[in-house]
Design a protein around this ligand. Structure first.
Ligand code: TXA
Ligand code: MG
Length: 327
């Protein structure tokens, strides 16, 4: 369905307008602290279906539901002690909890799974939108399926113009990578996706968390965690050890820190001059969007340490490097 997309500054009046669009079954892209989301009323089946249509997302990939207060969790999912402790520690924030769902959640949201992902975002605009809409909002990242996540309103507009009713412009996302996803629906808590909440921080509260591995049974639980995702159109590979930087214009470079020798051409981005992982996360998708728009033959990315937010950044880059070239 073709929509007349409007981009609106996220002031009080426009948030109210967007909340009404949500209540009426429309699609609103809005900022969160992680990335922009493409939101619809999570309890309205047709509205949820239109998210899948707009993103061209396969229906086997479940959506995260955003809520504004913990009490809403009980309406949508079976809570438990660990969920309460984690929510106390990290909500609002970049943590999604996967719990057994209640019947009220449409099967389309959960892609037929008996679980649902929930989080309270740490962003004033998102929270106000949720409060005014008065309904839980299902929202995947506001990008076509498999492509780079948006961290500003311009990214959303470039990718989804004509497919969303309102884009609320709330500036740049502070965290810059998607939420950390933890499943609490099985016998042990499992990390399904590293994200904006570091594993180190999570472990201060949940030392027993297990890391999701592709080969184990949790694969069935996370159908959307495809080996490729978060990808630029331009192929991406990692910088090899001892590889020299080449001054060839059809190569683009993504550096973690400012390199000793810079390429003479300008096809490069530095994620953090000082090598700060949180700053690198904030800049990741904007840098990839920029490099992708140059249309070079390849993007060559420097590896980052897989600690702190580096784990989430490397997860996104590894997935980007696995994108099949024919899509
Ligand atoms: O930070 C975020 O999480 C952003 C913002 C908008 O909140 N949202 C986001 O949504 O990244 P999305 O749809 O792009 O990624 C959600 C991931 C998908 O890979 C999906 O498979 C997984 O969460 N997921 C959702 N519900 C799940 C469930 N019940 N069980 C396992 N995985 C689930
Ligand atoms: Mg996504």
């Amino acid at each position: 369905m073709q929509r007349d997309t409007i981009v609106l500054p996220a002031n009080a009046e426009n948030i109210s307008r967007a909340a009404k669009v949500i209540r009426d079954g429309g699609l609103v892209a809005f900022p969160t602290e992680t990335v922009y989301g493409l939101g619809a009323n999570a309890l309205d089946l047709l509205a949820v279906a239109s998210i899948f249509e707009a993103k061209q997302r396969p229906s086997f990939d479940p959506l995260i539901i955003h809520i504004s207060e913990f009490s809403m969790l009980d309406q949508l999912a079976e809570s438990n002690d660990i969920a309460k402790i984690l929510a106390d520690a990290f909500w609002p924030g970049p943590l999604t909890l996967v719990l057994k769902k209640k019947e009220i959640v449409p099967d389309l949201v959960s892609s037929g799974l008996d679980t649902v992902g929930l989080r309270i975002p740490n962003n004033k605009i998102a929270l106000r939108l949720l409060q005014e809409a008065g309904v839980p909002i299902a929202a995947p990242s506001a990008n076509p399926f498999g492509y780079l996540s948006p961290t500003n309103a311009q990214h959303v507009y470039e990718q989804l113009n004509g497919r969303v009713d309102i884009i609320l412009d709330g500036g740049d996302c502070k965290v810059g990578v998607e939420s950390t996803i933890v499943s609490l629906s099985g016998a042990v808590p499992v990390l399904l996706r590293p994200g904006g909440l570091s594993l180190e921080d999570l472990k201060t509260i949940l030392p027993q968390i297990e890391h999701y591995k592709k080969t184990d049974a949790t694969m069935v639980e996370a159908p959307g965690l495809l080996p490729w995702h978060y990808s630029p159109i331009t192929p991406l590979r990692f910088f090899e050890e001892n590889e020299e930087i080449q001054d060839v214009e059809d190569l683009a470079y993504l550096f973690f820190k400012t390199p000793g020798v810079k390429p003479r051409h300008s096809n490069f981005e530095v994620l953090s001059d000082t090598g700060d992982l949180a700053e690198a996360a904030t800049n990741l998708f904007t840098a990839l969007h920029k490099l992708d728009s140059i249309n070079t033959r390849i993007i060559i990315a420097e590896k980052l340490p897989e600690t702190g937010l580096g784990l989430a950044i490397m997860d996104r880059l590894i997935k980007a490097s696995k994108r099949p070239q024919n899509i």
